[in-house]
Design a protein. Structure first.
Length: 72
Protein backbone atom coordinates (compact mmCIF):
# COMPACT_ATOMS: atom_id res chain seq x y z
CA UNK A 1 0.00 0.00 0.00
CA UNK A 2 1.37 3.39 -0.84
CA UNK A 3 1.36 6.41 1.46
CA UNK A 4 -1.76 7.92 -0.09
CA UNK A 5 -3.74 4.67 0.30
CA UNK A 6 -2.54 4.38 3.89
CA UNK A 7 -3.51 7.99 4.67
CA UNK A 8 -6.95 7.62 3.07
CA UNK A 9 -7.70 4.33 4.82
CA UNK A 10 -6.60 5.69 8.18
CA UNK A 11 -8.78 8.78 7.63
CA UNK A 12 -11.76 6.51 6.86
CA UNK A 13 -11.15 4.57 10.06
CA UNK A 14 -10.82 7.76 12.10
CA UNK A 15 -14.13 9.02 10.67
CA UNK A 16 -15.78 5.75 11.61
CA UNK A 17 -14.41 5.96 15.14
CA UNK A 18 -15.61 9.55 15.53
CA UNK A 19 -19.13 8.89 14.25
CA UNK A 20 -21.62 10.10 16.87
CA UNK A 21 -23.86 7.24 17.95
CA UNK A 22 -21.74 4.75 16.01
CA UNK A 23 -20.70 1.28 17.07
CA UNK A 24 -17.31 2.36 18.37
CA UNK A 25 -18.79 5.10 20.54
CA UNK A 26 -21.46 2.74 21.86
CA UNK A 27 -18.85 0.19 22.89
CA UNK A 28 -15.94 2.37 24.05
CA UNK A 29 -17.21 5.91 24.53
CA UNK A 30 -16.01 9.05 22.82
CA UNK A 31 -13.14 10.24 25.02
CA UNK A 32 -10.15 11.78 23.27
CA UNK A 33 -7.73 9.35 24.93
CA UNK A 34 -9.75 6.38 23.67
CA UNK A 35 -9.86 7.80 20.14
CA UNK A 36 -6.10 8.45 20.17
CA UNK A 37 -5.38 4.88 21.31
CA UNK A 38 -7.76 3.51 18.68
CA UNK A 39 -6.01 5.56 15.98
CA UNK A 40 -2.65 4.09 17.00
CA UNK A 41 -4.06 0.57 16.95
CA UNK A 42 -5.65 1.19 13.54
CA UNK A 43 -2.33 2.46 12.16
CA UNK A 44 -0.52 -0.66 13.39
CA UNK A 45 -3.29 -2.90 12.02
CA UNK A 46 -3.09 -1.27 8.58
CA UNK A 47 0.66 -1.84 8.52
CA UNK A 48 0.23 -5.49 9.55
CA UNK A 49 -2.45 -6.11 6.92
CA UNK A 50 -0.27 -4.52 4.25
CA UNK A 51 2.64 -6.80 5.15
CA UNK A 52 0.36 -9.85 5.22
CA UNK A 53 -1.07 -9.19 1.75
CA UNK A 54 2.37 -8.41 0.37
CA UNK A 55 3.54 -11.80 1.58
CA UNK A 56 0.48 -13.54 0.13
CA UNK A 57 1.09 -11.90 -3.24
CA UNK A 58 4.75 -12.91 -3.20
CA UNK A 59 3.89 -16.50 -2.23
CA UNK A 60 1.27 -16.78 -4.98
CA UNK A 61 3.78 -15.50 -7.54
CA UNK A 62 6.43 -17.98 -6.39
CA UNK A 63 3.98 -20.89 -6.53
CA UNK A 64 2.83 -19.92 -10.02
CA UNK A 65 6.44 -19.52 -11.11
CA UNK A 66 7.24 -23.03 -9.85
CA UNK A 67 4.08 -24.51 -11.39
CA UNK A 68 5.15 -23.15 -14.75
CA UNK A 69 8.35 -25.21 -14.47
CA UNK A 70 10.78 -22.45 -13.63
CA UNK A 71 13.57 -23.02 -11.16
CA UNK A 72 14.88 -20.43 -8.72
Amino acid sequence: MNRQDYTELLADIKNELAMPGGNFEALFGNGEDIKKQAELIAAVALTAVDRFYSRLTRNEFELRFQDEGHTN
